[in-house]
Write a protein that binds this ligand. Structure first.
Ligand code: PMP
Length: 450
């Protein structure tokens, strides 16, 4: 038993103690430097200790740290919402600020439900999501996600959610099937699911525009999201785009869904919204949804103590300013192309690399036992956990996850480096993966970050 009173993710190993960050580097208490190749879990989009973000946070703390949202709004929350709405897909008119991704998903689900109650369609209650997905760890969000091992032991507590096939071309697009035909097949599945659940009973279809934590940056085939949007429209179902991981510039546009040419009804964002400087998430909502609540009960029947926290909003506003001021979206597109090229050059021919995929600075590498058959590794090997451990032992943070979709998906590694680089490494990188260091990281990656 280790000497800690913190309940860590792993109850067997205590992780290294992070004491300092600078740009793309994180330092532990022994002075070791770790290159942050995944922004934690695609969070630290501006790296660590960015001076502009810290200055904005200090200024807000000096003025006002917190005011409860049932009494006040704040200037920073208003300005942040203005900024996010100005750059959001057409019709998105409001931002609802929470403290993270799971909270954003919970709020989006409740907003969808309240919307239908307000407009006189209370029979709409079903949620449809995809098997290859992660939408958070609170009970509602966990129910929506399709990640089997995360759900397993909590299944009796979860609300019923219908799961359809993901868009996962690497394994599911059939030989001789065009992207168009594949997308059409998935659209038909969604349509049949809506029909089976009953006309007028489905409230929302939830999907990540680029799948993150469950699958390692899986993009949809061209036209897939347009087809899903059409099916939702035909059935009066809201489309919720979960951009908690892929949003806020990570894929080269502020919202990843922009690249699909469709407009969602609700968008959830978090991670890159505050860049890890403060915990913050948001639901971006279409005007007609907000108006229905405004004209109906007059309020959104939901809330948490830390909604729109002023320091979190200040940090996020500064992150958003830097993204725009430094032209980071164009930079992501450019650097993303370079990253892909380098990954393909370095790993494209590796016998255990099945697929290299992603968009912008959001890349995934799927590991397989056999490239030809795409055979996955035995889950008992926990290969992804080993990759994480070995990378950490060499001073590199990447974000690996195991095969979890019907046992068909290989282990994968997610890369999500900062969108730009500030600051230099100021300490040594200890490249000798010593025994003690290794032992410390032998945590089961099933417990690794969400
Ligand atoms: N949705 C998606 C797409 C995510 O990737 C995550 C986190 N990995 C969440 C929701 C949950 O966010 P949080 O961990 O901030 O609660």
């Amino acid at each position: 038993m280790s000497h800690t009173h913190v309940l860590h993710r792993s109850l067997r190993q205590t992780p290294p103690v992070a004491v300092r960050g600078q740009g793309v580097w994180v330092y532990d208490s022994t002075g070791r430097a770790y290159l942050d190749g995944s922004g934690g879990a695609a969070v630290s989009c501006l790296g660590h200790n960015h001076p502009d973000i810290q200055a904005a946070m200090h200024a807000q703390i000096d003025a006002l740290s917190y005011a409860h949202t049932s009494f006040f709004t704040t200037e920073v929350a208003e300005r942040l919402a203005d900024r996010l709405v100005a750059d959001a897909p057409a019709g998105i008119s409001h931002a609802y600020f929470v403290s993270g991704g799971s909270e954003a998903v919970e709020a989006a689900l409740k907003m969808a439900r309240q919307y239908f109650v307000e407009i006189g369609q209370p029979e709409r209650r079903h949620i449809v999501a995809r098997r290859q997905s992660y939408h958070g760890n609170t009970l509602g969000a966990l129910a929506v996600g399709g990640n089997a091992w995360r759900r397993a032991q909590f299944a009796p507590l979860l609300i019923e959610v219908e799961h359809v096939s993901p868009c996962y071309a690497y394994r599911d697009q059939r030989d001789g099937e065009s992207a168009e035909q594949y997308g059409e097949r998935l659209a038909q599945e969604l349509e049949q699911t809506f029909e089976r659940l009953g006309p007028g009973t489905v409230m929302a279809f939830v999907a990540e525009p680029v799948v993150g934590a469950t699958a390692g940056a899986v993009t949809a085939v061209p036209g897939y999201f347009r087809r899903m949007r059409e099916v939702c429209d035909r059935h009066g179902v809201l489309l919720i785009a979960d951009e908690v991981m892929c949003g806020m510039g990570r894929t080269g546009t502020l919202y990843a869904i922009e690249q699909e040419g469709v407009t969602p009804d609700l968008i959830t964002i978090a991670k890159g919204l505050g860049g890890g400087y403060q915990p913050i998430g948001a639901v971006m909502a279409q005007r007609r949804i907000v108006e229905a609540m405004q004209q109906g009960s007059g309020f959104f029947q939901h809330g948490h103590t830390y909604l729109g926290h002023a320091v979190a909003c200040a940090a996020s506003l500064a992150v958003q300013d830097v993204i725009r001021r430094d032209g980071l979206l164009a930079r992501v597109r450019e650097q993303g192309a370079g990253l892909r090229e380098r990954l393909e050059r370095a790993l494209g021919g590796h016998p255990q690399v099945g697929d290299i995929r992603g968009r912008g600075l959001f890349m995934g590498i799927e590991l397989v036992q056999d490239r030809a058959t795409r055979q996955t590794f035995d889950p008992a090997l926990s290969l992804h956990a080993r990759v994480k451990r070995e990378a950490m032992a060499r001073g590199l943070m990447v974000y690996p996850m195991g095969g979890t979709i019907d046992g068909r998906q290989g282990d994968h590694v997610l890369l999500a480096p900062p969108l730009h680089h500030h600051g230099r490494r100021t300490g040594p990188i200890d490249r000798t993966p010593g025994r003690r260091h290794r032992r410390r990281h032998r945590a089961d990656a099933r417990l690794s970050a969400a």
